[in-house]
Design a protein around this ligand. Structure first.
Ligand code: DP6
Length: 349
């Protein structure tokens, strides 16, 4: 019987951002963060096979065999080592992963990719880990990935312990707590970012003067945002979200040499969102930007059309996605496998 396990998972968008590590190896953040797991319109599908026939781990992303020696992809595979250690299983893995969206362009492909990998590989090794345990493993591959192991709204606790055992993701609210909450994404550019998040945040920690003032405010903001989510208070959520995005992008600019992930089109969207909110007399739309130029605009379902119109007015917007809250990763049927077991390669499509 085939041991191939296939799972699908999704990115998340942070409303309180993670940008900095207190431990690089264990990937322990300097602050707690809060995110919304997105629905499957953007997704990663991953098949994993552990086999004695493999001499080393082999990873294909979007059809391309990855170089895992001394590369970021290789570093992230520590997740597989941890799972193998827990399962006391030495077999190597074949991983075939497809993103439905561009990799490395600020669409949280690492979050979606690592969360889905950990989910599929745990099952492939016969482990029955809790969401919390899987989030601790995924965190080692990519910090933000730990938040994609759960659906709904999720908080990644920064934790204080040196071994990272208290730095994990937990669900704050289930998807059905506030199903009206949507994320409307304007796709501006699918180009790869110049500076990876990993390298960028390292540079910020080392050089930004403003970073300290971010640290002084952000933990409290995460708690206030969590409370606003529980109360379904869009006004408070909107303001905290926009201010935290602006705050993170300020420390990026304050990094030496400076980091720019937003561009002039992103700024145009920011102005337009403030104009819209002003004309409505309250916050009905709240932007947030990760390490990329694409605006994610949080809004309530009844205002999605207004936000879509706003994005349509921006020439550079190529596509608009209307995303709702997702449920987190799930296992797919065997028939969805991406692995050709005979050749130990991806199926050719
Ligand atoms: C701007 O999780 O990609 O999206 O832990 O080094 O893999 P590593 O970084 P990563 O950083 C994400 C940064 C962010 C903000 C966020 O998602 O919280």
């Amino acid at each position: 019987m085939s041991d191939i396990v296939t799972a699908v998972g999704t990115p998340n968008i942070a409303l309180i951002k993670y940008w900095g590590k207190r431990d690089e190896k264990l990937i322990l953040p300097t602050n707690s963060s809060v995110s919304m797991t997105l629905d499957e319109q953007l997704n990663t599908k991953t098949s994993v096979l552990f086999s004695n026939r493999l001499k080393e781990d082999r990873v294909y992303i979007n059809g391309e065999l990855q170089n895992t020696r001394g590369t970021e992809v290789g570093e992230r595979l520590v997740c597989l080592d941890i799972l193998r250690r827990i399962a006391k299983d030495k077999r190597h893995a074949l991983v075939v992963s497809e993103n439905s969206f561009p990799t490395g362009s600020g669409f949280a492909s690492s979050a979606s990719g690592l969360a889905t990998l950990v989910y599929a590989a745990s099952k492939g090794l016969g482990l029955r880990l809790s969401g919390k345990e899987m989030s601790i493993v995924a965190r080692r591959g990519s910090g933000s990935a730990c938040r994609s192991l759960m659906g709904g709204m999720v908080r990644w606790r920064k934790g204080v312990k040196a071994d990272g055992s208290d730095s994990y993701a937990e669900q704050i609210t289930k998807p059905d707590h506030w199903p009206e909450l949507m994320n409307v994404v304007g796709i501006l550019s699918a180009s790869k970012k110049k500076f990876s998040s990993r390298a960028g945040m390292r540079q910020t920690e080392r050089t930004s003067i403003l970073y300290r003032s971010r640290m002084a405010y952000v933990e409290d903001a995460a708690s206030r945002l969590t409370a606003a989510l529980k109360k379904r208070d869009f006004q408070t959520l909107g303001e905290i979200t926009m201010r935290d995005s602006n705050n993170m992008h300020s420390v990026m600019l304050d990094t030496w040499p400076p980091l720019f992930y937003m561009n002039d089109n992103s700024k145009e969207v920011i102005y337009k969102v403030h104009e819209l909110n002003e004309s409505e007399g309250k916050i009905i739309a709240a932007y947030t930007f990760d390490a990329g130029p694409n605006p994610h605009i949080l809004t309530l379902r009844r205002n999605v059309n207004k936000v879509t119109r706003l994005l349509d007015e921006v020439d550079a917007v190529q596509k608009v996605l209307k995303l709702s809250m997702g449920n987190g990763p799930r296992i797919l049927d065997r028939s969805e496998s991406l692995i050709d077991e005979r050749s130990l390669k991806p199926f050719k499509n």
